[in-house]
Write a protein that binds this ligand. Sequence first.
Ligand code: NAD
Length: 369
Amino acid sequence: MSLPSLLNRRHFIRQLSVGTTVALALQPRLRAQASAPTRKLGVVLAGLGNYARGELLPALKETQHCRLAGVVTGSAEKGRTWAREHGFPEKNVWHYDTMAQMASADDVDLVYVVTPNSLHAEHTVRAAGAGKHVICEKPMAVSVAECDTMIAACKKAGRTLSIGYRLHYDPYHQELIRLARTRELGPFMKMTGGFGFRMGKKVWRAEHALAGGGPMMDVGIYAVHEACLAAQADPIAVTAKERPKTRPEIFVDVEESLDWTMEFANGARAELFTSYNEGLNQFRAEAAQGWIQIGPPAFSYRGLKGATHLGPLQYPPLRQQAVHLDAIARSILERTELPTPAALGRRDMVIIEAIYEAARTGRRVPVKA
Ligand code: NAD
């Protein structure tokens, strides 16, 4: 057998075994059979926008260890409709201002905060104050100081705080993590890519008061997080440069597009990009003996693609959010380490604050994550 076909065969066999391992690790039904937690967690969705309605609601219906137990919404009528349509009691419809009343709802264990970024801290603190565990969407908050407040509130309440980093459970990203951890190809020294799309009209995501920044806070954060996974380390310094705005009337007080670099202690370097003007959705990590590329698309909910120097990667589809919810639910029910804890969300905010400082000052900014 020629070397390339031998390599391809090995790659195929490895992929099969990795695929099987990942599929087993991520397959809730199989895991549930192995040791089933005794009950399902009652989950309240706080914020009924696009992500809650389009992704988390269907995901909750597929989970083994969660059930939709209520909602927090600004519209009581919308809440009652959700209660009727999705089978939870109307008493479990709360307004953002009445979240404290959740304390008396014994059928609620966890609140999933899916509101605009600058409200994450307030809603997380209220959920913890009502004695509930919390999953908070990315970005965890709009400042490191807010992250600290959220962590302190959950600690005081004796409840867990996880972040909605759904890609931790996706097999393409699991393969990147595996290669980074085993150093099978050597350490990843060069990372490139990013996440961006063209925003058609002004929405809250382009308002500093609600979003805390522009595309960096929304989609750039995926590339920040992935670079740390590839390096298996936090960066020691960053540089950044904002590109000139092509539509300043939309991006009044936030960046429209941003290039940044992340330097790691071992000499590894990431060169990344985010934008609300240009499409990009891929990530590549290179080592001395090979590389892995995820995407395009790399960071989407479904339809991901990937390849290594040995050829294409292919994994069966899965609903990232369902696996994500089940993994967190299991760790709460079994009191094991959280898969995507608040510390990761805080670490990313530390890096993002440094990136914004670098863009503002034009300086290389040390990162103390
Ligand atoms: P959205 O605009 O569709 O929904 C936001 C919800 O918050 C709406 O129901 C809105 O009514 C409610 N809300 C409460 N108070 C508000 C206020 N003062 N101003 C505006 N809205 C208010 O947004 P979305 O796309 O669902 O995003 C919500 C959060 O989820 C964001 O933090 C976003 O970053 C995150 N998100 C994560 C992913 C992921 O893949 N992990 C994907 C999409 C969104």
